[in-house]
Design a protein around this ligand. Structure first.
Ligand code: TMP
Length: 208
């Protein structure tokens, strides 16, 4: 397990309310227990610049923000996270676990926002040293379960409404079919059940 996972770049992604932040934390803890040196980050964020960009992106006051502006801001935060945190950790042969990544920009801005997924990929190819991880796990959840989990004040992206978020879910599922190294997990169960499914997938997967 240790040698298989050292130096690997793993992303957990999915619609708001899919539980990926909790699952990212649990996965990182489990990897550590297996003796894997691991670092875990959230995208956007985890750098001084990325956290500022995150505040702008999620501020409910900025309703006027256009989809292309969203694409570029998410990509800017990501490029910084890569340079400051992810690339150095991978160079040290650590396993890097990410809470969201490029798959989110494809599903949210590209598919739900109408910017188009292939245009997002083109920008990513020019901005990121490495656009796609070794493995992306999509935590799939229906809209009703997801909104029950988000029982707090919504940020600008979460507040975009049901039809937008339905499309986000479709976008993730479409992307998972198109891209290599994507797996989908049913995330409607409780935290323990979903964690077990993720661990099973990681244990079984063979990286190409
Ligand atoms: P988080 O709260 O799950 O970390 O994500 C912040 C919000 O930003 C969430 O609503 C999803 C959204 N988002 C995008 O719209 N595009 C992206 O590229 C990323 C990474 C997140």
């Amino acid at each position: 397990m240790e040698s298989k996972l050292q130096g690997k770049f793993i992303v957990l992604d999915g619609p708001d309310g899919c539980g990926k932040s909790t699952q990212t934390k649990l996965l990182a803890e489990w990897l550590q227990e297996q003796g894997v040196a691991v670092e875990s980050f959230r995208d956007p964020g985890d750098t001084a610049i990325g956290e500022k960009i995150r505040q702008i992106l999620l501020n409910p006051e900025y309703l006027a923000m256009s989809t292309p502006a969203e694409v570029l801001l998410y990509m800017a935060a990501r490029a910084q996270l890569w340079a400051e945190k992810i690339a150095p950790a991978l160079e040290e042969n650590k396993c890097v676990v990410l809470d969201r990544w490029l798959s989110s920009t494809c599903a949210y801005q590209g598919f739900a926002g109408g910017f188009e997924m292939d245009k997002v990929e083109k920008i990513a190819a020019d901005s990121l040293e490495r656009p796609w991880p070794d493995l992306t796990i999509i935590l799939d959840v229906d809209l009703e379960t997801a909104s029950q989990r988000l029982n707090r004040e919504l940020d600008r992206m979460e507040a975009k409404g049901d039809s937008y978020h339905q499309k986000v879910r479709e976008g993730f599922l479409q992307l998972a079919k198109q891209q290599e190294n994507f797996l989908v997990v049913d995330a409607t169960g409780d935290v323990k059940t979903v964690h077990k499914k993720i661990v099973q997938l990681i244990s079984e997967v063979s990286f190409t």
